[in-house]
Write a protein of this length. Structure first.
Length: 254
């Protein structure tokens, strides 16, 4: 774990790690050599069980099992990690706002070139990216749906060919996020959650909106981070621990 944390310090400045001290860390240290890294967005009993079946030594996630949101889940996760002799590390704020973080990684995945992105100072500012060739909203939404591997919701609020997109992964549902994207001359805004007010405001601005899930819009930033760790430690192997598409809706269990 010491070598891994040293590598984390190479990706994120000490000042940033201090500023976000409660937004990253080690949930459990199994105190053993780590040769197989599994990555996912969320820490949950399901993810731990899947990681154990994949012989993972270190599980890396974007989210912790937040005590003040998912009451009681973190304690269960810690017991499962200990039972399976598996270490766990999560990195939230430092990753979200890095140059290789969740929004820039999704932009690259959909074939766009990042122009600007949120930084550790600005935080929660949508990334702005340009498409090499203009696309229809249908073509872009189909591409995003294919990348995420799940349905997306689409609100068409203009008739433009799309050349410039704003992205804030996860809970990028504040009207201020949409205003920023609009002020940056984006044609379409992409995020992982929507509210009544974000939907209303997107229509008011004439800004298209594409909404996937919180989980899968953020996945590729975690993937980028895990692969960077493996590049520094070539003796390690990286595997994706696939999660349920819980946010996609449906009638599961009915």
């Amino acid at each position: 774990m010491e070598a891994f944390l040293s590598t984390v310090g190479e990706f994120f400045p000490e000042k940033v790690l201090q500023e976000f001290s409660d937004d990253w860390g080690v949930t459990f240290n199994a105190d053993k050599e780590m040769y197989r890294i599994g990555y996912a967005v969320n820490l949950s009993p399901e993810v731990i069980e899947k990681a154990a079946n994949a012989d993972v030594d270190l599980l890396v996630t974007h989210h912790d099992a937040w005590d003040d949101i998912l009451y009681g889940m973190k304690e269960t996760c810690q017991k499962l990690l200990q039972k399976n002799s598996m270490s766990h590390f999560y990195v939230h704020g430092p990753l979200d706002f890095s140059w290789f973080g969740t929004a820039p990684s999704l932009a690259v995945k959909v074939g766009a070139e990042v122009i600007t992105h949120s930084g550790w100072e600005t935080q929660e500012t949508p990334a702005v990216a340009g498409l090499p060739q203009p696309l229809s909203l249908k073509s872009l939404s189909d591409r995003i749906q294919s990348v995420l591997g799940e349905p997306v919701r689409v609100w068409k609020n203009n008739d433009k060919k799309i050349e410039r997109i704003g992205i804030l992964t996860g809970a990028g549902n504040l009207t201020g996020h949409l205003k920023y994207a609009n002020d940056q001359n984006c044609d379409t805004y992409i995020t992982g959650e929507a509210t009544l007010y974000s939907i209303q405001y997107a229509e008011f601005l004439g800004l298209n909106m594409i909404v996937g899930s919180h989980t899968y819009t953020e996945l590729f930033g975690v993937e980028t981070f895990a692969k960077k760790v493996a590049w520094v430690h070539p003796e390690t192997e990286v595997v994706h621990i696939e999660e349920q598409h819980l946010e996609a809706g449906g009638m599961a269990g009915c």
